[in-house]
Design a binder for this molecule. Structure first.
Ligand SMILES: [Zn+2]
Length: 193
């Protein structure tokens, strides 16, 4: 049950543009409070939308192996919901975080150009902190532990180590937050830019 509630659901804005993913728990809450509708992802009425009661009905007629159940109801886990109220595209910023830096750089050490799993990566200050470097998108790159140690507190030119890509604030993309999540095939239609 817990696992089902944490399943990723694609969220569309009113223009049917993918804006983010949320947990099934949140999607059902949005549905129950009328803030979103479920987008049907199969069958003849594909892309029909359902409010809470219509989705309950649909769940009853088309039950799934994995259903969210309480004493009174059994409901299918939505795969896509569309928001009822937001007309505008929400803020398009990617949160600065360790994981998002790794995602921006494709888990590739910016110095030796090799790919590493997350636990073998570090964040490297291009201009070292000791030399006034700040912790921002523009000064932080993905580095393997070995390269990170080798570079130490040296400037790129002194270490002769230059990042493969100029570090920049990533442009927000709907799929940015999804790259490390299991990708649902039903989302495809909405993830083409
Ligand atoms: Zn490296």
């Amino acid at each position: 049950m817990e696992q089902l509630l944490n399943k990723s659901v694609l969220v569309l804005n009113r223009n049917w543009q993918a804006i983010q993913t949320c947990s099934a728990r949140r999607a059902v809450h949005l549905l129950a409070t009328g803030h979103a509708k479920v987008v049907q992802d199969e069958g003849e009425e594909k892309y029909e939308t359902h409010d809470f009661s219509s989705w309950l009905e649909y769940s009853k007629i088309n039950p799934q192996e994995h259903m969210l159940r309480s004493i009174q109801i059994a409901i299918r886990v939505p795969r896509i919901v569309v928001l009822s109220y937001y007309d505008r595209f929400p803020a398009q910023q990617v949160t600065f975080s360790r994981r998002n830096v790794f995602l921006r750089d494709g888990h590739i050490c910016q110095y030796c150009h090799k790919e590493f799993p997350e636990n073998e990566l570090n964040l490297d200050h291009v201009i070292p902190r000791k030399k006034g470097g700040v912790t921002t998108w523009e000064n932080i790159v993905t580095s393997c532990i070995k390269c990170n140690t080798r570079k130490g507190d040296k400037l790129p030119k002194d270490a002769n180590m230059h990042p493969k890509n100029q570090p920049v604030t990533p442009r927000w993309k709907a799929d940015f937050s999804m790259r490390d999540r299991s990708y649902d095939s039903a989302w495809c239609t909405f993830l083409q830019h």
